[in-house]
Ligand binder design. Structure first.
Ligand SMILES: C[S@@+](CC[C@H](N)C(=O)[O-])C[C@H]1O[C@@H](n2cnc3c(N)ncnc32)[C@H](O)[C@@H]1O
Length: 273
């Protein structure tokens, strides 16, 4: 069967299952099943019977709202491909701002120690290490599976990052820059999320407690009282920046907020004198 004809059928099945952007995803699934480049897809390539079987499986999984990134086993972040599995959060484009904030700080002191707390796939730590080769980068996560996936990503991308399994930053003795995209969704709101997130991404990567900020407050406390980094940068969700700024200010920090491309106050930074 012609690849583009196959994509029309896949698009219909995905649309019926409520998948947003069904046409785009149908093309990706057909190309993945048959190993086609975009150019080959558009030049009337044909699917072998075994490709059609693989496509059927991928389509059924996507129609069950399994995220595309888990089906493909990868997601691009800051121009780098990361292996992802359902044990880790799928990297989001808005998190690239956290990397930008860290890299701007590193330009002032390139040899700094940077800690990425709650590293998941390792996307933040690896990207910082790739763009700031003089920095010493450490990544932590409480999940052993996340640490295993992050460690594989660091090796395949070719960056030197030490991965440590621990609670927040508890094993660290020093870090000049601390970055974190911690779970920040209020527990009671998780049931309302789209199925791709609610049913497939790890709850331990989403649930930030009653108001979403339990882990964020713990990390601010640890940084303010013990680690005292030069900069703490925290990703937050829309509407949380004000509360995080107030909390950090009460610990004696000076704060700033940074907006993402959608205009949302997405990263809060804190510095202690
Ligand atoms: C929102 S995900 C972010 C993953 C990755 N940094 C990213 O931006 O894609 C949060 C991560 O924090 C980890 N985590 C949750 N609680 C933690 C804790 N107490 N200490 C360390 N890591 C934790 C989760 O396992 C998950 O990998």
């Amino acid at each position: 069967m012609n690849a583009r004809t196959a994509a029309v059928g896949v698009r219909r099945q995905l649309a019926e299952a409520g998948v947003p952007d069904a046409g785009f995803e149908a093309e990706i699934l057909v190309r993945e099943a048959a190993g086609l480049t975009r150019a080959q897809f558009f030049s009337n390539a044909c699917l072998e019977p075994r490709n059609a079987e693989v496509l059927q499986g991928l389509t059924a999984r996507r129609a069950a709202r399994e995220p595309l990134a888990y089906l493909l086993g990868r997601r691009e972040f800051y121009g780098i491909d990361f292996a992802v599995r359902p044990d880790v959060l799928i990297p989001r484009p808005e998190t690239e701002l956290l990397v930008d904030v860290a890299l701007a700080e590193l330009r002032k002191a390139p040899h700094s120690v940077v800690a990425d707390i709650g590293t998941g796939s390792g996307c933040v730590a690896a990207t910082i290490a790739a763009h700031a080769p003089d920095a010493t980068v450490i990544a932590t996560d409480r999940s052993a599976r996340a640490i295993a996936i992050a460690t594989r990503n660091f090796a395949s991308i070719g960056v030197r990052v030490s991965a440590v399994r621990c609670d927040l930053a508890e094993t660290l003795r020093h870090a000049a820059i601390v970055v974190a995209n911690l779970p920040y969704i209020p527990g009671g709101e998780i049931a309302e999320l789209e199925p791709e997130v609610r049913d497939w991404e790890p709850r331990s990567a989403l649930d930030g407690g009653a108001d979403g900020l339990e882990l964020v407050r713990r990390l601010i406390d640890d940084c303010g009282t013990r680690l005292r980094p030069r900069l703490l940068a925290l990703e937050v969700m829309a509407g949380q920046a004000g509360d995080v700024v107030s909390y950090a200010t009460r610990t004696g920090a000076g704060t700033e907020t940074h907006r993402d491309l959608a205009g949302v106050e997405r990263v809060v930074t804190a510095r202690w004198a």
